[in-house]
Design a protein around this ligand. Structure first.
Ligand code: 4NP
Length: 152
């Protein structure tokens, strides 16, 4: 799960996805990072922590980090929150296998081209909207994994 600062959106995406993997007993791991590393080592933004807790998800132990080139090999799927971060990730590798792993998270199920908007300069309701978008798409992604695991 990748955003810009790894303090607002991608920590929420990581926490929500982890909760879905637990809920459906799916054997995958999830992590998050930022294309920028200015917030390296910081806790998630207090507004993300609050909104997540309101929904029973504790993200307070997460710490921000920058996206590493090794992440392209460590992970099978790399979900960017918006097109800017999607393009930054694509610009960081020329490897076609790496390129194939990178997608816009809201495109995961139906290709809407929708972005998860950056709530950093917004208010709590903007964080709530981000939470809802991510909860919906992570549920769909998890259910797709469940379906695939039942077929295999
Ligand atoms: P995020 O939000 O990419 O969702 O973590 C941001 C956090 C920090 C900054 C920008 C966006 N910043 O400019 O420091």
């Amino acid at each position: 799960m990748v955003c810009l600062g790894n303090i607002c959106r991608s920590p929420l995406a990581e926490g929500i996805m982890k909760a879905k993997l637990d809920k459906y007993n799916l054997p995958y791991s999830v992590d998050s990072a930022g294309t920028g590393n200015w917030h390296e080592g910081e806790s998630p933004d207090h507004r993300s922590v609050k909104i997540a807790l309101e929904n029973g998800v504790d993200i307070s132990n997460q710490r921000a980090r920058g996206f590493n080139p090794e992440d392209f090999d460590r992970f099978d799927l790399i979900y960017a929150m918006d097109k800017s971060n999607l393009n930054t990730l694509k610009d960081r590798t020329t490897n076609t296998a790496h390129h194939a792993k990178i997608r816009l998270i809201m495109d995961a199920m139906s290709k809407t081209g929708k972005e998860v908007p950056d709530p950093y300069y917004g208010n709590l309701n903007d964080f709530r909207d981000v939470y809802c978008m991510l909860d919906e798409i992570c549920e769909e992604i998890a259910l797709d994994f469940v379906e695939k695991s039942q077929k295999s």
